[in-house]
Design a protein around this ligand. Structure first.
Ligand code: SF4
Ligand code: SF4
Length: 178
């Protein structure tokens, strides 16, 4: 695995400069009819694991500063229980119910940067929303969610480095159709 890049300004610049390259990867993967989704996901998971292990999110927190985070009803209740605040107070202070966009969304965290971010650490780590727990998510269905993943490459070092390494390995012929 090449050295990972974690400087956020460099990540943003590189990701924008390589956007077309990453889009070509998406087209390549969508055209690989004989590569099934599970095999591709296993390849991606193997690429991502050492990169995720090498990057310390507690030194970054750029997602917590940059992204809109959706919350489910269960997330909201977990925050209420963990913070010992009534659910309606959690909603008033932290959650915009009108911003929910999908059936399973209860609302969105109001503030950006996130109101629960203290320095570069999450002050509600044990109660954080499921969306935060999963981010950044590459699998399942890497091939069919890559368009969304690409949008995160300019802000998330993990995403940028994983996509870079996938491009390198695909170009080297390491991903074979069965
Ligand atoms: S709840 Fe925690 S992990 Fe989620 S965005 Fe806020 S600070 Fe980050
Ligand atoms: S998930 Fe990405 S953006 Fe968020 S803290 Fe980790 S490296 Fe930074």
């Amino acid at each position: 695995m090449p050295d990972v890049i974690t400087d956020l300004a460099e990540i943003e610049q590189l990701a924008r400069a390589r956007r077309d390259e990453f889009e070509i990867l998406r087209y390549q993967l969508e055209a690989m009819d004989d590569l099934d989704d599970a095999a591709l996901d296993a390849f991606v998971d193997a690429v991502a694991a050492p990169i995720v292990a090498a990057i310390d999110c507690t030194q970054c927190a750029n997602c917590c500063r940059s992204l809109h985070v959706y919350v489910t009803a269960e997330d909201a209740q977990r925050l209420a229980d963990g913070l010992h605040i009534p659910l309606d107070a959690i909603e008033t202070r932290y959650i915009n119910r009108e911003a929910a966009q999908a059936d399973d969304e209860w609302g969105m965290l109001r503030a950006r940067p996130c109101a629960f971010l203290q320095g570069k650490l999450c002050s509600v780590y044990a109660q954080r929303p499921d969306a935060c727990r999963r981010y950044p998510q590459f699998t399942p269905d890497f091939r069919w969610t890559l368009a969304d993943t690409l949008d995160g490459a300019a802000l998330c070092p993990i995403i940028y480095n994983v996509l870079s390494e996938i491009v390198r390995r695909v170009d080297a012929g390491e991903l074979k159709e069965s």
